[in-house]
Ligand binder design. Structure first.
Ligand code: IPE
Ligand code: IPE
Ligand code: MG
Length: 239
């Protein structure tokens, strides 16, 4: 939607899927895939900033991922803490601003603390925005937005006739523009509850590669796909 001069996608989303299969196919524990995935995440975020992507939204953990074994959930939560407390120093230094989308409940205090810390530490960074979707669900986000809207209508902050699809964004977890390009790694072709509202005119790009193997050149390919798309937004030709 918001292309800059070079026709770079302004807001890119990645459904980082395939960590578990990456590990299992190597006879390793699923957690090894998550560990490698975190390294890929760091690399891709740095690269995205370098090539001029302004906003990168990454699906790190869905509300439904709590259905997984306690062992896997605990591993992921500890990995998140490690990333936010130390591993992502490189991102902070590169001027990346980290924000989060998702519900706080039922995340544990130590996870929330690490999230708040990196948010604070990077709040004045202006390089690009890394929106980490953690304990995130697209339907949950719409439900939560609806509750905030009902509250604002009751308080007279907004009149119901003034609500529209553009100012609805004010009520989402982060007031970010819609997705231009949505990438999913790991063979599946579905949204799995990711950014349902923001994806409305996103170009979709699916790649079989499991996320731990996703390289900078794979992001280049996705962008090239985007640059060849004819985005019409309901019109008859791209204006
Ligand atoms: C994505 O990889 C990471 C998270 C959901 C946290 P998966 O863990 O879903 O990997 P697969 O899909 O089982 O291979
Ligand atoms: C989506 O992947 C969630 C993340 C990448 C964090 P899943 O692996 O949870 O999605 P499904 O279960 O295959 O739809
Ligand atoms: Mg998966």
């Amino acid at each position: 939607m918001s292309n800059n001069k070079n026709n770079m996608p302004y807001h890119v989303g990645i459904i980082m899927d395939g960590n578990g299969r990456w590990a299992q196919e190597r006879g390793q524990n699923r957690s090894e895939g998550h560990k490698k995935g975190a390294e890929t995440l760091e690399k891709i975020a740095l690269y995205a900033k370098k090539i001029g992507i302004k906003i990168l939204s990454l699906y790190a953990f869905s509300t439904d991922n709590f259905k997984r074994s306690q062992e896997e959930v605990d591993y992921l939560m500890n990995l998140f803490i490690k990333c936010f407390e130390t591993k992502f120093d490189s991102l902070c230094k590169e001027g990346i601003k980290v924000v989060f989308s998702g519900r706080e409940y039922p995340l544990k205090d130590n996870v929330l603390k690490a999230m708040h810390k990196i948010t604070e530490k990077t709040q004045n960074n202006t390089g690009c925005i890394l929106n980490i979707c953690l304990n995130y669900g697209g339907q949950e986000e719409i439900v939560d937005a609806s509750l905030k809207i009902a509250n604002d209508i009751n308080k007279g902050i907004i009149k119901k006739e003034d609500l529209n699809r553009d100012n609805f964004y004010n009520y989402l977890y982060q007031n970010l523009p819609p997705l231009d390009l949505l990438i999913r790694t790991g063979k599946e072709h579905r949204l799995s509850n990711f950014m349902l509202y923001q994806a409305f005119y996103a170009e979709l790009y699916f790649v079989d590669t499991y996320f731990p193997d996703f390289l900078e050149k794979d992001l280049d390919k996705a962008i090239e796909h985007f640059q060849n798309c004819n985005r019409k937004f309901g019109n008859v030709e791209n204006k």
